[in-house]
Design a protein around this ligand. Sequence first.
Ligand code: PLP
Ligand code: COI
Length: 368
Amino acid sequence: MPADTASLTFSIKPNANPMPAAERAKLFENLGFGTVFTDHMAVIRWTEGKGWHSAEVTARAPFPIDPASAVLHYAQEIFEGMKAYRTGDGRAVLFRPEQNARRFNESARRMAMPELPEALFLEAVDKLVRQDGDWIPAGEGGSLYLRPFMFANEAFLGVRPARDYIFCVIASPVGPYFKGGAKPVSIWVSEHYSRAAPGGTGAAKCGGNYAASLLAQAEAYKNGCDQVVFLDAAEKRYIEELGGMNVFFVMDDGSVVTPPLGGSILPGITRASIIQLARDAGATVVERPYTFEEWQADAKSGKLKEAFACGTAAVVAAIGTVKFDGGEFKISGGETGPLTEKLRTQLVGIQKGQTNDPHGWVKVIDGI
Ligand code: PLP
Ligand code: COI
């Protein structure tokens, strides 16, 4: 469904009972991921025949939802993940937000949902961050995680695209995604469960992909691992991605390998940024299929020097240990390798406004 409404006026209704600053400061002392939420949310509605309407920034509150609402039955839902940062000199910035707006519409198309004009997506994010600017943590490792999402809200049990949708952005001040902070993570290779299949929804950021990953993720936890990595569904040979991150391999000749986007992998914005930064640093980046057999053999022979995962929530995380049914191996002696560290530092530096931003990725939200 094509985008149909280019601009709307947001009504701004400030929360009558915002969290007192002292209470917020207390929460900021120990931020994990996704447990604390700001005072407001941005909402835009879509109705067939009317298009996008009723844009507002209002107090964060539950949605009344009809038990027949389509999302509860057929999972017509998509989301994005992005972050606002407070730079050392006090500016509020976003990292490549237009990429999230673009990918949101790619997901919408795949899930037969209405597209949201990119300018409206960006305005909703901008308006919410302005309203909740005091919620952007300053200092090392903190950021305001933004979660734009859209769901089918028509009360109807027939299987077809809904005729009513709600788009919403909520925000959550966050610290590290993994409990261990910047320590290398351990990864469980899921050889039985698939995340996404050819022709499926793997490249879309839809809730169903994450529901499908949970059992494999539970298996990872049971085996003492932080995250799961999925193999391709057809042959169960090729490394695809983690439950919520893309993956990279650094070879002894300095080249960097990452699985190609082929419809079953989420086209990560961090992934694209890392490819660019690695190329800027002179590395050869090859997007090619990489099998689990190769991974094991390269780790054993020493050809593989480093491996890391990347995504908005976790940024860049070295992979220290890989476990699977029947064995395990270490990478970089279980430590963070030098290229992983360099790319992570550079990316975080750009995101926090500390490092030169040669590609113009950072967008300042002025006035807050
Ligand atoms: N792969 C999956 C399945 C994800 O959920 C994410 C997180 O958004 C990523 C990769 C990384 O994408 P991005 O770098 O755009 O956050
Ligand atoms: C993100 O990195 O934004 C993600 O979506 C990963 C996970 C929290 C779902």
